[in-house]
Design a protein around this ligand. Structure first.
Ligand SMILES: Cc1cc2nc3c(=O)[nH]c(=O)nc-3n(C[C@H](O)[C@H](O)[C@H](O)COP(=O)(O)OP(=O)(O)OC[C@H]3O[C@@H](n4cnc5c(N)ncnc54)[C@H](O)[C@@H]3O)c2cc1C
Length: 408
């Protein structure tokens, strides 16, 4: 059976469905194909992450009609505190403090658990008549001709469209089949992720503590809960994951400290090996990449999904504008607008997260002095601090309309 649609999206994770919604709400039909069975993606235990969604991302989710359904599950990030830790010791005194009251727009972001975001996206996609979502649909081949693109599924089914989108994650087969190479490396680190209950109120404060083995982020969730992203060397993380819950908490406590009182696990524990994986191009004939398929970065700044949704917002705006003008949405000059818009932002954030990880994930005394002096200086300058707060809130740069909270 072959089906025709405007756009084929390979990948029904987070970026793929968000793009389908943005396009379908503006008159373009989409097929979303995902290799995973519906039960896997619908399982609330599928992914233990909670995302730090920048203010601009929240505005976009609002524009897509998603925010009202998840607002009561999200926790505002009111303050960000950054501190430096030493090997074998807890976090040092604070050296960077961002308070949302320094900008006029409100909290710089919200924490939202994967299970709520994924479900909201899945429901909105299922409800939209211009979107067809197919699970257990692994794409194994693709082909493009001057006016058309097609994909073949594992079971031999073919789909045709005018444009193909790779939203299939950091091991993107869509990119590989189009001859797009990748650069990157393994960080030799693993992030341990989970939710904790805490004794004292977190007051909406996100803590980032840098240790030589990797950062520990403590992020506010609703109620007396926080989400941790605890990065250790790969071997140490493997040992910690093998411990029972008490051993896990005993290993965490010296890092975490006592500022939130007693801590306890509030759900399953997860682990994610870390690496950098950048596609050498984000477009090819009749093809565009979004999300981790274009750029898988270090999670230390909590920016991966925000970056992916910036791709989605920019690409949707380029394609919808082209469609309204009567242009061919898969034409090279249309895709070139997307490449020019996104290339710089992607390169900058990948370089920044990689650089911060290198500078902070070590115990070199010279680098330690440099980071204390450098960040101490930033902290003392209200103008520089405000710029970084606006950066964290996703309010800087050439923002697509969805990220400004405007319809396309
Ligand atoms: C520990 C950790 C913490 C993080 N915290 C944050 C945070 O606080 N804030 C933030 O913004 N980001 C964060 N991120 C990054 C964020 O999780 C990712 O950027 C995001 O999940 C990527 O979504 P995606 O839709 O691009 O890709 P994915 O979620 O990887 O989705 C890809 C989809 O493609 C499908 N697929 C693959 N191959 C095929 C095929 N051949 N055919 C059909 N389907 C296929 C897969 O089944 C999958 O569903 C974090 C990452 C980590 C590791």
């Amino acid at each position: 059976m072959s089906t025709d649609t405007d756009i084929l999206i390979v990948g029904g994770g987070l970026a793929g469905p968000a793009l389908a919604l943005a396009l379908a709400r503006n008159g373009l039909s989409c097929h979303v194909l995902d290799a995973a069975p519906a039960e896997t993606l619908g399982d609330p235990d599928f992914d233990g992450r909670a995302y730090a969604l920048a203010l601009s991302t929240r505005r976009m989710l609002d524009q897509l009609g998603l925010w009202s359904g998840v607002a009561d599950k999200a926790e505002a990030i009111r303050d960000i505190r950054v501190s430096d830790g030493q090997a074998g010791q807890g976090a040092s005194p604070l050296f960077l403090h961002f308070d949302h009251n320094e900008i006029t727009e409100g909290p710089m972001g919200h924490m939202l658990e994967d299970r709520f975001l994924r479900r909201a996206l899945a429901t909105a996609v299922a409800d939209h008549p211009a979107i067809t979502l197919k699970h257990s649909a692994r794409v194994v081949a693709q082909d493009s001709t001057p006016g058309n693109v097609s994909v073949t599924l594992e079971d031999g089914t073919k789909h045709h469209a005018r444009l193909l989108i790779g939203a299939d994650g950091r091991a993107s087969g869509t990119a590989a089949r189009a001859g797009i190479s990748r650069t990157g490396w393994d960080y030799g680190q693993t992030s341990l992720v989970g939710a904790l209950t805490v004794e004292k109120p977190h007051n909406g404060v996100a803590q980032q503590m840098f240790f030589p083995e990797g950062p520990l982020a403590v992020l506010p969730l609703t109620g007396q809960r926080v989400s941790i992203v605890w990065t250790e060397s790969r071997d140490r993380a493997r040992d910690i994951m093998a411990m029972d819950d008490e051993g896990y908490l005993a290993a965490l406590r010296p890092r975490f400290g006592s500022y939130l009182g007693n801590i306890a696990l509030a759900g399953k524990r997860y682990s994610y090996p870390l690496g950098l994986s950048l596609a050498s191009a984000i477009t090819a004939p009749r093809l565009a990449l979004v999300g981790d398929a274009a750029h898988g970065i270090h999670p230390l700044a909590g920016q991966g999904l925000n970056l992916g949704l910036r791709d989605v917002a920019a690409l949707a705006e380029v394609l919808v504008t082209a469609h309204r003008r009567g242009e061919d949405i898969g034409a090279a000059d249309v895709l070139e607008r997307y490449r020019r818009w996104r290339g710089f932002d992607i390169a900058m954030l990948a370089t920044a997260t990689d650089g911060i990880n290198r500078i902070f994930s070590n115990d070199n005394p010279l680098l330690r002095l440099g980071r204390t002096l450098g960040l101490g200086a930033v902290n003392a300058l209200p103008g520089a601090r405000r710029r970084l707060i606006r950066e964290a809130a996703g309010l800087t740069g050439d923002l697509p309309r969805l990220l400004q909270g405007q319809p396309i």
